[in-house]
Design a protein. Structure first.
Length: 197
C-alpha cells in the first residue's frame, strides 16, 4: 500500500512526499486504520520497522492545530528516542502546523517549562521527567490528551519505570486512546495491557 492511497490531509501527504516516503511498512499497514479509528492497540514491533512513522503520521492527522493544547502524549524510555520522535513528527507535521516537543532529564526544566507554556500539540516524554513536571509545576495540562502512546514499553519496564507508568496513566482520568508498542511481551506488560487497554 502507498501513502498516497490513504485519506490523509494534503499537507501531510506533501510532507511525506518531501521525505520520500512512498510505501507503507508492514507495521504501518497493520496499525494505521485502528489508530485513526480511535481504537486501543498493542503492536509488536522491532526497532527499524517504521513504528515511529506508524505512530506519528496518524497522530499528526488527528491533531487539531487550532487547539493550543497537548493532544497526544508519547512515553519513551530514552532521550535519544524522544528526540527521534520529535524530529520525525516535526517533518511529518511541518506543513500541517502541528508542533511536537520533547521533555527529558539532563536538560533545564526552566527552558522546557517555557516551551510548554508556548504551543505544543504532541508531547514526547521520558517517564521520570514527565513526573517531575506533574509533581513540581502547574505548567503541564494533560486534560486534552486524546492518545497516549507507550513506545518500547518492554524497555521501560526493564529500566524500572513500571510505577512511573502506572502513575502517569492514573493521571489521564478522561476517555482516551492507548497505544502500546514493544519488541517483546514480558509478564509485566501483560498486566499493563489488562489494566489499560
Amino acid at each position: 500500500m502507498k501513502f498516497s492511497e490513504l485519506n490523509l490531509k494534503p499537507e501531510i501527504l506533501q510532507a511525506l512526499t518531501d521525505m520520500e516516503y512512498q510505501d507503507l511498512t508492514p507495521i504501518q499497514e497493520k496499525t494505521f486504520s485502528p489508530i485513526l479509528e480511535g481504537r486501543d492497540l498493542l503492536a509488536r514491533a522491532e526497532t527499524g520497522s517504521g513504528k515511529t512513522a506508524a505512530c506519528g503520521i496518524p497522530l499528526v492527522q488527528m491533531i487539531d492545530p487550532s487547539l493550543n493544547a497537548i493532544q497526544a502524549l508519547i512515553l519513551v524510555p530514552t532521550r535519544e528516542l524522544a528526540l527521534q520522535y520529535v524530529e520525525e513528527i516535526n517533518n511529518i507535521g511541518k506543513l500541517a502546523d502541528v508542533v511536537p516537543f520533547a521533555i527529558f532529564g539532563g536538560f533545564s526544566m526552566e527552558i522546557q517549562r517555557a516551551k510548554l507554556g508556548d504551543r505544543v500539540h504532541i508531547l514526547v516524554a521520558t517517564p521520570g521527567r514527565l513526573i517531575d513536571f506533574l509533581y513540581n509545576t502547574t505548567s503541564i495540562d494533560l486534560s486534552h490528551v486524546r492518545t497516549l502512546v507507550l513506545d518500547e514499553a518492554d524497555e521501560m519496564l526493564k529500566m524500572g519505570f513500571v510505577e512511573d507508568m502506572d502513575f502517569i496513566m492514573s493521571c489521564l482520568i478522561h476517555e482516551h486512546q492507548t497505544l502500546f508498542f514493544a519488541a517483546t511481551m514480558p509478564e509485566e506488560i501483560d498486566r499493563l495491557i489488562k489494566v489499560y487497554l
